[in-house]
Design a protein around this ligand. Structure first.
Ligand SMILES: Nc1ncnc2c1ncn2[C@@H]1O[C@H](COP(=O)(O)OP(=O)(O)OP(=O)(O)O)[C@@H](O)[C@H]1O
Length: 318
């Protein structure tokens, strides 16, 4: 579903970005490249650093180290130009609730040169909103739709959605948000989408960056995940997961175990299941399983596996 190629210019280019709060790192050595026209997903556990990264992109934080470019500009130095071309919707319910929907629309219309009246009217209809609705008396879901309307009716070149789904009901999420994301990217504009909802990320994103403990530990596509990882299910009469080189993030009990094979650690030609382990199946990895394996705080990352557990496992097998 790619609508861009490797020569596309970058809508977002972050290099070596670091940020600490009172000496505690929130972002470490962040590198992000988002080509124009793509849908980029940002995933990670709570506190991984997603919102802090996004706040740098809208110029709310000054980079302590590294550079941030959005649509070729510095979001702090060129903040007005950046904000006029970027749409931003967060999970926070931050709309001025003393306004009616019509006033919110008129207010936003006055700010953005590119405001599209026809599109705004279409969205209002689609979202089931009317100009006379008081924001304060709307449900959380309808207020989230009003926020989405004013974030996209000026057709921003880059739309940043930071956990936008929390206020939206499942129907709105699937039918409205996903349709909008698709339209935006099909029109050659770019979307950065931070979400806890992996099914949604799976359906709409061209590439996905996984944040863990203030770092981006992997940037991938769903296809690349299938090539690199696989899930293995096996039986072994041990209290501990079986030792198989290249397999990490074991889950299970003392008889049936499921692990993730990392083919960057062990190529297919070298992958061996020890004789005492009964292989039940090998199957494609899901985004959920990959996330659980890589985003967690336990010994689950492939790099950690490389560093220590692999040493143990390798020596056990050989
Ligand atoms: N203004 C701030 N002052 C101090 N610490 C902060 C501030 N903003 C974020 N942090 C800390 O930085 C780290 C990253 O937080 P951030 O909100 O970016 O994570 P997140 O991945 O967006 O999580 P969530 O999904 O819960 O929003 C956390 O440890 C958080 O407590």
């Amino acid at each position: 579903m790619s609508r861009f190629d490797s020569n596309s210019p970058l809508a977002v280019h972050v290099t070596g970005l670091c940020r600490s709060f009172r000496g505690r790192p929130a972002l470490e050595d962040i590198e992000v490249q988002i080509p124009v026209g793509s849908v980029f997903g940002l995933v990670g556990l709570n506190g991984a650093g997603k919102t802090t990264l996004i706040r740098h992109l809208i110029g709310a934080f000054v980079a302590q180290q590294g550079t941030v470019r959005v649509l070729g500009m510095d979001p702090v130095g060129d903040s007005q130009s950046v904000l006029r071309r970027v749409g931003y919707l967060t999970e926070e319910d931050s709309l001025p609730t003393w306004m009616r929907v019509g006033e919110l629309v008129d207010f936003s219309r006055a700010i953005y040169d590119t405001w599209d009246d026809v599109y705004a009217a279409k969205l209002m209809d689609l979202f089931g909103l009317s100009r006379s609705d008081k924001l304060s008396s709307l449900s959380k879901g309808l207020r989230a739709r009003a926020g989405l309307l004013v974030a996209i009716a000026y057709r921003p070149e880059l739309l940043i959605l930071d956990e936008p789904s929390s206020g939206l009901d499942p129907l709105a999420r699937r039918d409205i948000l996903e349709a909008i994301i698709r339209t935006i990217s099909e029109e050659g504009r770019t979307v950065l989408f931070s979400s806890h909802l992996l099914d949604e990320v799976d359906r709409v994103c061209d590439s996905i960056a996984l944040m863990r403990a203030s770092r981006i530990i992997e940037t991938t596509t769903v296809d690349q995940l299938q090539t690199r990882y696989e899930e293995i299910v096996c039986r072994s009469d041990t209290e501990m997961p079986p030792a198989i080189r290249g397999v990490f993030a074991w889950q299970g009990d003392d008889s049936e175990w499921s692990g993730v094979i990392d083919h960057e650690v062990v190529p297919e030609t070298e992958f061996v299941v020890p004789a005492e382990v009964k292989l039940i199946t090998r199957r494609e990895i899901t985004l959920h399983r990959w996330f659980a394996a890589r985003a967690g705080t336990e010994q689950s990352s492939a790099s950690e596996l490389h560093d220590d557990h692999l040493q143990e496992v390798t020596s056990d097998v050989r």
